[in-house]
Design a protein around this ligand. Structure first.
Ligand code: MLT
Length: 206
């Protein structure tokens, strides 16, 4: 099995939620831990570092150019990440339905790929600045998996149309998708944090 450099922290209260933290290009396994602590203090954390290096910057899958993905590599890396989460669940005794992905940019894109290709890996997902990662040959059947897409309305990397295409794709696979627009570009804002906190509370991730 492909391993990932990662951080694991069990939930403070035994069997609580696990946040799967997926960083953006150039991030690492520590980067989103402070965000997770703001979103859900005491939640368990599984935070892998992407295994791809693009000019020294970690990512979760290869791209051919900005916004143009290497689909075969994306499929392979998605399978590796799904297997890593499944193995971590066995080792640390948590259930995959208790895993909520928190992904930013490249991390949001591989979280969407997990939903579309290996939906059993996640009980829910918060996608910040997400794009359409790929269109699968066969749509999975998700049992109303809750998904929040929090994107920026002046993001030069992700258009409103692409955001709506992602929402439509996930909905057509059965996901319960909420789209939230922030007054921002590709960077995260305080409103993203508040939006995700409220969404997690509404969806009883606690
Ligand atoms: C990024 O810089 O991470 C991109 O905008 C998203 C991606 O390449 O997956």
């Amino acid at each position: 099995m492909t391993d990932f450099v990662h951080v694991f922290r069990p939930p403070a209260s035994g069997g609580g939620p696990i946040l799967l933290l997926l960083h953006g290009t150039g991030g690492n396994e520590g980067e989103l831990v402070p965000l997770a602590d703001m979103l859900l203090p005491g939640a368990g954390i599984l935070s892998p570092r992407g295994n791809i290096l693009e000019r020294g910057l970690p990512r979760f899958f290869r791209r051919l150019s900005e916004g143009v993905f290497d689909i075969e590599d994306l499929k392979l890396r998605t399978a590796e990440l799904a297997d890593f989460v499944a193995e971590s669940a066995r080792t640390h005794h948590f259930a995959e339905r208790d895993v909520t992905a928190i992904g930013f940019s490249n991390g949001a894109n591989i979280a969407s790929a997990l939903l579309l290709l290996r939906p059993e890996t996640l009980g829910g997902a918060v996608l910040f600045r997400a794009m359409v990662p790929l269109t699968p040959d066969t749509l999975p059947a998700m049992a109303a998996t809750p998904v929040l897409i929090s994107n920026g309305n002046v993001d030069s990397l992700v258009s409103a149309e692409e955001t709506e295409r992602l929402a439509a794709l996930l909905r057509s696979a059965g996901a319960d998708v909420t789209v939230s627009w922030q007054n921002s570009g590709h960077e995260l804002t305080d409103r993203d944090v508040v939006t995700a906190q409220e969404w997690l509370a509404q969806h009883r991730v606690r």
